[in-house]
Design a protein around this ligand. Sequence first.
Ligand code: 13P
Ligand code: SF4
Length: 357
Amino acid sequence: PAEELDRRIRAAKEALGSRVTILGHAYQRDEIVQYADFVGDSFQLAQQSLKHPEAEFVVFCGVHFMAETADLLTTDDQPVILPNLAAGCSMADMADIDAVQACWDQLAAVYGTEPDADGRVPVVPVTYMNSAASLKGFCGAHGGIVCTSSNAREVLEWAFERGQRVLFFPDQHLGRNTAKAMGVAVEDMPLWDPRKPRGGNSEQDLLDARVVLWRGWCSVHQRFTVDQIAQARAKNPDVRVIVHPECPMEVVDAADEAGSTRYIQLAVDAAPAGTAFAIGTEVNMVRRLADTRPDLTIECLDPVVCPCSTMYRIHPAYLAWVLESLVEGRVVNQVSVDAEVAANARTAVERMLAVGA
Ligand code: 13P
Ligand code: SF4
């Protein structure tokens, strides 16, 4: 029962005291968020991972790629624990190191490997935070970088200073929406389908490319539609529609604003009483925003709400289990990145932290 789990989690947390830090992503359900010492987006949680050297353990209530990133940033003797190891991300699973390496080799065959007269390399690899540590390692080893939804533009600017074009994976929508807002033509962003030769592109498509987009997407954010925006506006013509940049381009174009998890949080925080929002992002976050601002009208853009099923796998029963195990002196469900990829992956994440958000 919920009360029993609540009692056990609180007791274990109290017994551990400052020995444990609990980090929670904004998409976690309220039953988890209530125990987090810090709640934020993936960029903020990466920053927080650096800020608790006093804690013996970090319990990460989020998904696997976020816990891996925390492991890159915490000290060597500070285990990072993911309460349920099955909490992955379907988008992150859409790119793996072998497919990215095959793509990279084919792009090298098209563009060569020599820098141009201004010293810009043919391609800079950029991986979204939502990717395995091995892909972050790939970027670190090839002059590339990591981005999150809150700094994708700044990171692309960083990449274009160093390269003639960008390979962006795994989320096509974040890459397309961000580059488009920077003035890159959509036709100069070929889509790379890892299942097809040359990613399904002609030589010409690739020669003109500014951003090569990986064919990946978020199953949650891809559900939002232009039709839902029309319905929200029909219901209330003054509604302010904000969507996450993981939504498809036509949805971003039809919205009033597009922005990251943090952008949405700040927009709601700053809104005058009475503002109505229709928000296109994960429903647990939208519900929490609505609860914290009862003076606003906040609805999820998708009326048939669908939470991120993998974020949802962090159930209080798992949190109770990992905390009680720590009390008993056992570390369970530790996420640790192979030393072989960790150094390069850390380089790519640190480049991103230096760019900021
Ligand atoms: P943020 O980078 O905004 O935290 O988003 C993470 C995520 O998984 C979005 O789907
Ligand atoms: Fe992955 Fe989408 Fe869930 Fe974010 S919301 S963790 S991108 S499946």
